[in-house]
Design a protein around this ligand. Structure first.
Ligand code: HEC
Length: 132
């Protein structure tokens, strides 16, 4: 069972990698045609670039579906509902409010997010909130 899970995780990671390039322009809505770019503010766009780029968040977080991590939409929804402070969380100074049982997996990313400036963290937050 454990091996099967590992295998699934590996397959998920590999297939995500392949999609990254193609989808990175349109992750908010994969049903959108090419050319119909979503209307993101410059801040949300910066957040998306970081999320899909140097943050590598996209490997675990898909816009609408749970992957290794919760869907981006789900994170945004819960943070809005609970008035969470995502910037503080991503600096490693907060408590998980979405899926505390899986916190150990998310924690491994703080070494990356701690290198982000406040502006970059706020952009990532804005991007997450833009996905509904
Ligand atoms: C290795 C997989 C993985 C990567 C890469 C990853 N995450 Fe996560 N993330 C998770 C998992 C699993 C959870 C659920 C645990 C939790 O809620 O803390 C999570 C939860 C979160 C949460 C909700 C935290 C909460 O309050 O519960 C946020 C916000 C988040 N991730 C943002 C990011 C951002 C931004 C990046 C990129 C810098 C990123 N994640 C990269 C796996 C990942």
């Amino acid at each position: 069972m454990k091996q099967l899970l590992l295998l699934l995780a590996a397959v998920a990671l590999i297939s995500c990698k392949g999609e990254e390039k193609k989808e990175s322009l349109y992750p908010a809505d994969t049903t959108q045609d090419e050319g119909a770019a979503p209307k993101l503010t410059p801040q949300q766009q910066l957040g998306q670039e970081i999320f899909d780029g140097k943050g590598n968040c996209y490997t675990c977080h898909k816009p609408q579906q749970k992957a290794i991590g919760p869907a981006i939409r789900e994170i945004g929804k819960i943070y809005k509902e609970k008035k969470g402070d995502m910037v503080t969380f991503l600096k490693g100074n907060g408590e998980p409010i979405v899926d505390p049982a899986q916190y150990a997996v998310m924690k491994t990313n703080f070494y990356i997010t701690k290198t982000f400036t406040d502006e970059e963290l706020k952009a990532v937050e804005a991007y997450i909130y833009s996905i509904e």
